[in-house]
Each structure stands twice: as structure tokens, then as C-alpha cells.
Ligand binder design. Structure first.
Ligand code: NCD
Length: 314
């Protein structure tokens, strides 16, 4: 475990990759690397956050991210409280800010927030004293996902500099792709995004990625292929033909994987739609690092909690 970077980390909140310098990204990844070892211990608990209270506010469905934060907090000995919208006063019409102020009056040290509207964590961070971690805001950012993806790539490839990364799927509705393009570009990767025209946002190129509308051109020679789920819940109207047709054009099959480098790694943030964006034998095959991404999520969230809690709350 780490006591590294004393005084070097100054940030109270983690709201997006866009705010971070290259050095800050490196500090999180180095700290996460040192937390990985906790998961290998027979007793997976350290006293780092003893006496601290964390509140997980998930206003949108989540399996991986919410359980990952909760396990990370508990392994660091924090008192972790989960707050879900259906069992809260939000269903009685209380405003988001009132709910948050109520929680704030109980003086938690950290609020972890997921919300279907972009910038909600940013707005709350300005108004409340607790440290705030963005666990996904609309189709905007998902910083801890991009950090755990980067940790996985660094472990498999040694470094991100100069790698060719293809991100394929529903680019428009994905917060994962936005945070990943920003992070991977900051660490020197060449990033290509690919998907149907109906799911490609106007700003795709301004993110700094090359844009392709054919999957084959994106994954040819790639070191890393990251597949994304079709976010039906964020699409106002249907933008796709059938799932079968989508799979024909953009599904990751063994034949398509063969276009990439021999040592390509296959990633997916989950949840997976098998047979829609990815074939089962590829998701479960030797090049897939999907479950390692989940394992690394714990180390990254422990690192972020550790670093933010080292900075006084405002
Ligand atoms: C993603 C999300 O919710 O942004 N999943 C995750 O956090 N692991 C991607 C998705 O929902 O498809």
C-alpha cells in the first residue's frame, strides 16, 4: 500500500477526466497499482478510511459501479451508506439539492454520485462541503471507468503511449467513450471511434479521436478493442435496424478480431449484450480482459477515495 505522492495530490473532487492533468492521471494509476495487492490478502481490509463516512447516491441503475464503490469503501474500513432513489424521499417529490443537503447535514466525508443528467455531480460539488466522486453523469463522463480501463491496458501492454485503440458501438450515448478518449489521448494513444452514423455525435472528432463508420477500418491493426453497449434507455427514438443487423455490421466476432494485432486485448465496461455488440466466444475468449477490468475497478476506486480523503474537505 502507498504513502506515495505526499502533498502532490490537491484535488478534493473527481468530476471528470477533462479536469485532470497527465500527472494526476498517473498518480491515480500508480496509487491503484499499490492497492491491487489488498484484494490478494486473506483478510481484504485496511484501516485507511476508518471513521470516515461515504454515501453512495445512485439515481440511475448500476451493478458494477455501485457494488465496486461499496466494496472499495468497506475494504478501506469506511462506514458506507447506500442511497437509492426508489426508497428515498426523491420519490416523494423532494428536490435533488434538498435531498443532498439533508445527507450533507449528516456530514459524510465523500459523496459518490451517479445521475442521468450531465453535470449534476459538478453542480453539487460547488454547493456542498463533502468530497464528490462522479460515478457517471448522463452521457457526459465516467472518470473511474476510464481510469480502471487505463489500469487494465497498462498492466497488459506496459504503457499506453503509441497504442492503437478502437472504441466501437453507441458513441453518442456513452459517457464511457468520452472519458476514455480524453484519458487515452492524454497518455499518448491513437484512438479511433466507430459506430453507425445514427449513433455518432457531431462532436466525435473534436474529442480528438479518428471517426470511422465501418468497424473493419477501425479495428485493423488495433492493440486494444473496446466494445460499448447500445444504450437503448438513452435513445429517444430507435436509431437502429434490428439487433441481428447491428451484429452483422458492428458485432465483434472472431473473424473481425483477426483483423487486429495478434496480441489485441478485448474490453467492455459491462453490462454486455451478448450477440448484439459482442459474440459470446469473444467475450469469454483468451483475449478478453473484461473481468480483469472489474477487478481493477476496486483498486482504482480505493485509490481515488484514498487520494481525495487526504485533501481537506472545503
Ligand atoms: C457503463 C455505464 O453505466 O456508464 N457501465 C458501467 O459503469 N460499468 C456502461 C453502460 O451502461 O453500458
Amino acid at each position: 500500500m502507498t504513502e506515495a505522492h505526499p502533498g502532490e495530490w490537491q484535488r478534493k473532487d473527481l468530476l471528470g477526466i477533462r479536469d485532470l492533468s497527465r500527472r494526476e492521471i498517473e498518480i491515480i494509476l500508480e496509487t491503484a497499482e499499490s492497492f491491487r495487492e489488498v484484494a490478494e490478502r486473506p483478510i481484504k481490509k485496511v484501516p485507511t478510511l476508518r471513521g470516515k463516512t461515504t454515501v453512495n447516491l445512485f439515481f440511475e441503475a448500476s451493478t458494477r459501479t455501485s457494488s465496486s464503490f461499496e466494496i472499495a469503501e468497506k475494504r478501506m474500513s469506511a462506514d458506507a451508506i447506500n442511497f437509492s432513489t426508489s426508497s428515498s424521499s426523491l420519490s416523494k417529490g423532494e428536490s435533488l439539492l434538498d435531498t443532498t443537503r439533508t445527507l450533507e447535514s449528516m456530514a459524510p466525508d465523500v459523496l459518490v454520485i451517479r445521475h442521468n443528467h450531465p453535470m449534476v455531480p459538478h453542480a453539487l460539488a460547488k454547493r456542498i462541503a463533502s468530497r464528490v466522486i462522479n460515478a457517471g453523469d448522463g452521457a457526459h463522463e465516467h472518470p473511474t471507468q476510464a481510469l480502471l480501463d487505463a489500469l487494465t491496458i497498462v498492466q497488459k501492454k506496459g504503457s499506453i503511449e503509441g497504442l492503437r485503440v478502437a472504441i466501437v458501438g453507441d458513441i453518442e450515448h456513452s459517457r464511457v467513450v468520452r472519458s476514455n478518449v480524453l484519458l487515452l489521448r492524454a497518455l499518448g494513444a491513437d484512438v479511433t471511434v466507430a459506430g453507425p452514423r445514427t449513433l455518432m455525435p457531431d462532436e466525435a472528432e473534436s474529442l480528438g479521436a479518428d471517426v470511422q463508420y465501418r468497424m473493419e477500418s477501425a479495428i485493423e491493426g488495433a492493440d486494444v478493442i473496446m466494445m460499448l453497449r447500445i444504450q437503448l434507455e438513452r435513445q429517444g427514438r430507435t436509431r437502429l435496424p434490428s439487433n441481428d443487423e447491428y451484429f452483422q455490421l458492428f458485432g465483434l466476432t472472431r473473424e473481425r478480431v483477426a483483423l487486429a494485432k495478434d496480441d489485441v486485448i478485448i474490453m467492455h465496461p459491462g453490462p454486455l449484450n451478448r450477440g448484439v455488440e459482442i459474440a459470446s466466444d469473444v467475450a469469454d475468449g483468451g483475449s478478453s480482459v473484461i473481468l480483469e477490468q472489474v477487478t481493477n475497478g476496486l483498486a482504482v476506486r480505493m485509490a481515488v477515495l484514498f487520494l481525495l480523503c487526504g485533501v481537506p474537505a472545503s
